[in-house]
Write a protein that binds this ligand. Structure first.
Ligand code: SAM
Length: 332
């Protein structure tokens, strides 16, 4: 099926639902995700909630995969298209569908989930295209392991253990863009580096200590528009999905080479002459400021520039050092 088509999602739900029922179930799910975290696992035990989850979170999460792929070097992207792909906590098959949609290759797709209802739902969407189980395949050293909004639902030790058991070549994750999630993923990142992985994205160097701490958290922000039916659900449950904070990472086994790129951490200000960004760099232990002159930019470029996504990686050339932590640069 074309996973982006809302009508096809509706046709393949575990139980048929009217819009009013979808909205009521989504309100319960969203409450459990935020204020009632002790009830976080409940939605996977009801056919109605699994179906409602599929109507809203499946299409809105799926699009984050393209964002992450677009940040990676082309050779690595191609490798992900070739390797077997194992989606941990696949839910309704969200990132299997995203992978299938993005690559359209015939590599093997595997979905793991502890909920039998989620697996039933994923099977309805993916048919024979993927294999599903409650447990891990024993050796996955020639594969990509993926966590999509699942690492923050399972204990950190469990996720690290899954990596140890499968020993994948590449690890990808897309998790909520929250402070809580960042704390967890920072621990995961440390552990992956200890295991010999290097960070390809978002960090400018594979094994650099993260300069973000305290009240800050490093995340990306994706701006997008969904199908009208999904936008309507978003309004009815008051959950914005046009601007989506997320934390996406990519790790590669034995990755030592420098990434060299800078990471757009935060927009600071726009003046008459320039844009100021806070960025994370390969060498500096602190976040630094980039002043990007408007000189030479067309109106269109300036407009595109001011709507850049936080968290994107980019290449640059330093024009002038303005201070220990401030540089005037041009984009490459
Ligand atoms: C928030 S959903 C994410 C679903 C999908 N990846 C997405 O992003 O839309 C989390 C999923 O992780 C599954 N899960 C939680 N703990 C798990 C574990 N220890 N092993 C396997 N799956 C788990 C849940 O059953 C649920 O389907």
């Amino acid at each position: 099926m074309n996973p982006l088509n809302y009508d096809k999602i509706l046709e393949n739900l575990l139980v048929p639902l009217k819009e009013s029922q979808i909205v009521a179930e989504l309100k319960k799910i969203s409450q459990n995700f935020t204020s009632k975290r002790e009830k976080i696992g409940e939605y996977v035990e009801s056919k109605e909630m699994v179906s409602a989850y599929s109507c809203f979170y499946l299409p809105t999460n799926m699009v984050k995969f393209k964002f992450l792929m677009d940040q990676l070097p082309e050779s690595l992207r191609e490798r992900i298209g070739e390797l077997d792909f194992l989606d941990i906590g696949t839910g309704p098959g969200t990132y299997l569908l995203a992978h299938q949609n993005y690559f359209e290759t015939d590599n093997k797709l595997f979905g793991v989930d502890s909920s039998s209802l989620m697996i039933d739902q994923a099977k309805k969407f993916l048919g024979d295209r993927a294999q599903f189980s409650f447990g891990l395949p024993p050796d996955f050293s020639k594969g990509t392991l993926f966590f999509g909004n699942s690492l923050n639902e399972m204990k950190l030790d469990k996720a690290i253990d899954m990596v140890s058991k499968t020993s994948p070549e590449i690890i990808l994750l897309i998790e909520p863009g929250t402070k809580h999630s960042f704390a967890l993923i920072s621990e995961f990142r440390k552990s992956m580096i200890e295991k010999g992985y290097g960070v390809v994205f978002p960090c400018p160097a594979p094994k650099k200590n993260c300069p973000v701490s305290g009240e800050e958290w490093c995340h990306q922000v994706l701006r997008t528009v969904h199908e009208p039916e999904v936008e309507r659900l978003s309004q009815l449950i008051s959950l914005d999905r046009k601007i989506m904070p997320m934390i996406a990472h990519c790790y590669l086994k034995n990755h030592e080479g420098k990434n060299h790129r800078a990471l757009f951490y935060r927009f600071l200000k726009e003046t008459k002459h320039s844009f100021d960004w806070q960025v994370c760099l390969e060498k500096n232990e602190k976040l630094v400021t980039f002043e990007i002159p408007k000189r030479g930019m067309s109106k269109k470029e300036m407009k595109e520039f001011s709507s850049k996504n936080v968290g994107e990686a980019f290449d640059y050339v330093v024009e002038k050092e303005l201070g220990p932590d401030k540089f005037r640069i041009t984009l490459k």
